[in-house]
Design a protein around this ligand. Structure first.
Ligand code: ADP
Ligand code: MG
Length: 331
């Protein structure tokens, strides 16, 4: 028989062990990957029952695939492709309507630097395909949509391309939106700690256990090295860079973020990371700031609340907003 004080101590020890295993050391973490929107997507979810986490992650992947089916300009049946195939106004689903509206707002705020009308330009360059092409000024001149024109017009609940030159391409915002949808599903399943990473478009729920999530920002010119890390909770951080989807010819790097003013790869930046409450907003702003460059880019970010960013310009100079500096650790 144990004497009472020792018995009590053991009981207390067991309780502490249980608390510890719930909060930290023993917390379940499930991580899964899937190929969606041509990107390797990783979802991590922490806490609770493994089977529940797995089920929620699978549902989140399904929601992201649904976004791909609605927004892809490669799938002929998607709502975006249907809009591209006609000059008429079409009824679209609420998410498509909403994202087109948000894209238009960011186009206006960025003086046209963010453009959902560059599908034709993207196709001509074929940057991500086997044989990319450097178009001539003449080739670009006949397909480039006017700079200060919306991509679409809203007519009641319907949407119409603003001109035949507009080939809608939501590649600069849809991935972020898919991340937001995944987070919504995970939150709906009661998950309080998760990360969704779609090739650099990252959305977070809560922290990582007791701590904040620590996110690495890739150095745009030193492969495998980090520029900085950032500690955040409940936020999205999205990076647009010229170092992942590009080709080189005669020493020139041609990448996939185009300047809507001339239809050529934007030259002002090497990478832009944007921190925002939602991934769709962060995604579109990262693309817009990449085109605008550091000076106008910082001005754009300052117009949004709870938004910050890190900009590496074409010479490698780094600028960061006040908002993001508090969360950054330089490497
Ligand atoms: P990633 O897709 O690598 O995360 P971005 O979010 O910057 O990078 O998106 C780049 C994609 O956005 C391009 O592949 C193209 O589909 C589209 N895009 C290119 N230039 C622009 C632009 N100026 N405005 C909006 N979207 C653009
Ligand atoms: Mg983007």
């Amino acid at each position: 028989m144990l004497n009472r004080p020792i018995g009590l101590l053991i009981a207390l020890g067991l309780v502490l062990l249980l608390v510890w295993s719930r909060l930290g050391g023993g917390s379940t973490e499930v991580a899964r990957t899937a190929l969606i929107m041509g990107t390797l997507v990783e979802i991590k979810a922490v806490g609770g029952d493994e089977k529940d986490l797995e089920g929620a992650i699978n549902d989140a992947f399904s929601a992201m695939r649904q976004v791909e089916r609605q927004f892809s300009s490669h799938l002929p049946e998607s709502e975006i492709s249907r809009l591209n195939q006609t000059d008429a106004a079409l009824e679209v689903s609420p998410p498509v309507f909403k994202l087109l509206q948000q894209g238009e707002e960011i186009r206006k705020a960025s003086a046209g630097a963010f453009s959902m009308a560059l599908g034709g330009v993207k196709k001509l360059w074929a940057i991500e395909e086997e044989s990319p092409h450097i178009p001539t000024t003449e080739e670009l001149a006949v397909i480039l949509p006017p700079l200060n024109q919306p991509a679409v017009r809203f007519e009641g609940e319907r949407v119409r391309r603003s001109s035949a030159r507009v080939k809608l391409d939501l590649g600069g915002i849809a991935k972020g939106f898919a991340v937001d949808r995944a987070l919504e599903i995970l939150r709906g399943a009661g998950i309080v700690s998760a990360s969704v990473n779609a090739g650099g478009d990252i959305g977070l729920i809560g922290g990582h256990g007791e701590r904040a999530w620590r996110i690495g920002i890739q150095h745009p010119r030193r492969q495998g090295e980090l520029l900085a890390t950032i500690d955040i909770r409940d936020r999205a951080i999205v990076t647009s860079g010229d170092y992942e989807r590009y080709f080189e010819r005669d020493g020139v790097r041609y990448h996939h973020i185009f300047d809507p003013a001339n239809g050529r790869p934007a030259t002002a930046c090497q990478s832009v990371s944007v921190l925002a409450p939602e991934a769709a907003l962060a995604d579109a702003l990262a693309t817009a700031v990449f085109v605008l460059g550091p000076k106008k880019g910082l001005q754009l970010l300052e117009r949004f609340s709870n938004v910050g960013g890190v900009i590496v310009d074409s010479k490698g100079n780094i600028e960061a907003t006040k908002e993001i500096k508090d969360h950054l650790l330089w490497r």
